[in-house]
Design a protein around this ligand. Structure first.
Ligand SMILES: Nc1ncnc2c1ncn2[C@@H]1O[C@H](COP(=O)(O)OP(=O)(O)OP(=O)(O)O)[C@@H](O)[C@H]1O
Ligand SMILES: [Mg+2]
Length: 310
């Protein structure tokens, strides 16, 4: 296994930031750590990056114990922290040169690499400008670029799209995909389930220091046996209507709110007309209908009883 994490724990006094988690990272994948504020995502990746030491547990990288031998992973690692780490009074180019030299790059090799990476993160035409003049999104992109110069085998990004405009956000997501295509394994933390869904091959859901589930999006949806939900807004709600809907064998979990009926159902064509028949029989009128596919938000809600976004 490329990266193997077992029984990992980190306590800060009585705060159980990471409380005994297990997971693996496969070479070449984009793996997402999804969880709300305080779930333990940053603490987990700080241990993988060897920035902090766990209280117990183990992390193996290509079979080597990196808690005992941090060097085994350090040279292969690009780490993009949650906070931007750049020199504001220097230009983008000067910042990249600075980081490149720290990684031991120089001369032509460094210049070539800077050119290539500026393209990926889309800042080529702003390279000569001072970083203090950059937008928040551009700073984030440069911050990512700085971690890519030494062609790391693993890139770890800590919520790189928080608080930036949608255009920069898309740009970052595309850059991450491109970096991955070029051969880097990616560990990506986020509390946006849409990002985890579109970007990641596999997703680990974290909450309060625990790993509560992991798998592909489909595997996670299977785990909670999620049906589609459908929200019907009708002219009026009465008991016999609800009773008739509850009798349908493809319907479960009928709830009502004001003039809305929310049901879980197996969304097949035939079922739709059966539902409409019931409404017609009851002489009720459908005002609107909204079908909701199950998503990771729903997985989180089912497993924890809380919303991913508080
Ligand atoms: N150095 C520290 N000292 C004390 N407590 C800490 C420290 N670092 C993290 N914690 C606590 O550990 C818990 C997990 O924090 P962590 O930063 O790993 O969560 P996170 O999932 O990255 O959250 P966020 O989405 O807010 O970044 C939180 O309760 C946090 O307050
Ligand atoms: Mg964090």
């Amino acid at each position: 296994m490329f990266l193997e994490i077992k029984g990992l724990k980190k306590y800060f006094k009585d705060v159980k930031a990471v409380d005994g988690i297990d997971f693996n990272v496969k070479e070449g994948e984009i793996i997402g750590l999804l969880g709300p504020n305080g779930a333990g995502k940053s603490t987990t990746i700080s241990m993988i990056s060897t920035l902090i030491k766990p209280n117990s547990g183990s992390i193996y990288y290509n079979g080597e114990d990196i808690i005992k031998k941090p060097k085994a992973i350090q040279q292969d690692l690009g780490f993009v922290p949650q906070e931007v780490a750049l020199y504001p009074t220097l230009s983008g180019l000067e910042n990249l040169k600075f980081w490149g030299k720290i990684y031991g790059l120089k001369g032509n090799k460094l210049n070539q690499k800077i050119e290539e990476i500026s393209e990926i993160i889309g800042i080529t035409d702003r390279l000569k400008h001072k970083v203090e003049k950059y937008s928040g999104g551009m700073k984030r992109r440069l911050n990512i670029g700085a971690a890519l110069l030494h062609e790391p085998k693993i890139i770890i990004l800590d919520e790189p799209t928080v608080g930036i405009d949608p255009q920069s956000r898309n740009h970052i997501l595309n850059s991450v995909k491109e970096i991955n295509k070029k051969g880097s394994t990616v560990i990506y933390t986020t509390h946006y389930m849409e990002e985890a869904e579109t970007l990641c091959n596999r997703i680990c859901i974290m909450d309060r220091g625990k790993m509560i589930a992991s798998g592909t999006k489909d595997e996670l949806l299977d785990l909670i046996n999620a049906n589609d939900r459908i929200e019907l807004k009708v002219e009026k709600i009465n008991n016999s209507l609800i009773q008739e809907i509850e009798k349908l064998d493809f319907v479960s979990n009928v709830k009502t709110k004001d003039n809305n009926i929310v049901i879980e159902w197996e969304g097949k064509n035939g079922n739709y007309s059966k539902l409409m028949n019931v409404l017609a029989q009851e002489k009720n009128k459908l005002l609107s209908m909204d079908v909701k596919k199950p998503d990771l938000e729903y997985v989180f809600l089912s497993l924890t009883g809380r919303a991913l976004r508080d």
